[in-house]
Write a protein that binds this ligand. Structure first.
Ligand code: BTN
Length: 324
């Protein structure tokens, strides 16, 4: 259920160009005027600037450019995604918060966001550096009615959402490096970690973890990452509103997810390939037993990398080291 605070924010947002009286708010929300006043004080603590004029009412003058449950709700143009937001100033990993929320019955579309992660997780058990207030550290909880084998398609979909959002918002040219890293100018800007709780043929829930480097300078990255990682700030030379990018990603995510459920994977594959890094180029594939050169063709429905060699023809690769 939508909280009174969210409804209050919605009302103030819709009426932000005029005053709305305490009496009207109290009637619409069915709470006392002193309860309205308390909510206003809470919003002020969150950084909202609220003008209260006697006989006229309240008006939001400015909403803060920081991340909180309220500020993300304010201006979020989704219908189901992010209706429940859990914001943590600091946490070991938003993935675990999302798993815990799922076990406690949190709804489909719950979003967990942290300002900082002290034990951020990457793929293949690698650590993920998540410096305070410098990036987007977010986990999305989904209850998709699809077979567990299709879950990788959600990861590929998430990568297209990130690439598309960055190309809409910034002048950068994001690319998706197989399977789902977002690269700008040959350096990694974002990564996705998908975790799933499933029975044999039924997904209980999926947690999609998104890490996006936004406002780091080179010095903010650990030395080992400095030559391979980048951020939107490094690539564009300016600071970005983390709140605004989150809202934009969530809006695009909801839209892409709804279309995927209705229309299936082909449109996701096409979009993925339109952002694909080095499609059509020669790559070097290394498995435990052999190493060879092939042309990178794109992705298959199950997320495998499609490659072609003269001898073997088209082949699906699921797990290998790729030299790009
Ligand atoms: C990767 O490229 O290896 C995946 C990185 C995923 C990082 C995100 S940040 C939010 C969520 N919480 C985590 O601990 N990991 C994911």
């Amino acid at each position: 259920m939508e909280s009174t605070r969210n409804r209050l924010i919605e009302l103030l947002e819709k009426n932000h160009q005029r005053y709305i009286s305490g009496q009207s708010l109290s009637e619409i929300l069915n709470i006392s005027r002193s309860a309205i006043w308390k909510h206003m004080k809470e919003l002020e603590k969150d950084g909202y600037e609220i003008e209260g004029v006697s006989k006229k009412g309240y008006r939001i003058v400015k909403s803060p450019d920081k991340v909180s449950e309220n500020t993300i709700q304010w201006g979020l143009k989704t219908s189901w995604l992010g209706k429940t937001i859990i914001h943590k100033p600091t946490t070991p990993t938003t993935q675990e918060v999302a798993h815990q929320a799922a076990r406690e019955g949190a709804p489909h579309g719950t979003v967990v966001i942290a300002d900082e992660q002290t034990a951020g997780k990457g793929r293949m058990a690698r650590p993920w550096q998540s410096t305070k207030n410098k990036g987007i550290w977010m986990s999305i909880l989904l209850n998709p009615d699809i077979l567990p084998v299709m879950a990788p398609q959600l990861t590929l979909l998430s990568a297209t959402v990130l690439a598309e959002s960055l190309s809409q918002l910034t002048s950068a040219e994001p690319k998706i490096k197989w399977p789902n890293d977002i690269f700008i100018q040959h350096r990694k800007t974002a990564g996705i970690l998908t975790e799933m709780q499933a029975e044999q043929d039924q997904i209980q829930y999926v947690v999609i973890g998104i890490g996006l480097n936004v406002n780091q300078t080179e010095d903010d990255f650990q030395e080992a990452l400095q030559s391979t990682a980048t951020s939107l700030k490094i690539e564009t030379g300016k600071n970005w509103s983390i709140k605004y990018i989150i809202q934009h990603i969530l809006k695009n995510f909801e839209c892409a997810y709804d279309s995927f459920l209705e229309e299936g994977f082909p449109a996701v594959k096409e979009k993925w390939e339109s952002y694909g890094y080095r499609i059509g180029e020669q790559i070097r594939i290394r498995t435990r037993h052999k190493e060879w050169e092939a042309t990178f063709l794109g992705i298959a429905e199950d997320g495998a990398l499609l490659s072609r060699t003269e001898n073997d023809g088209v082949r699906k690769i699921y797990s290998a080291e790729i030299e790009w």
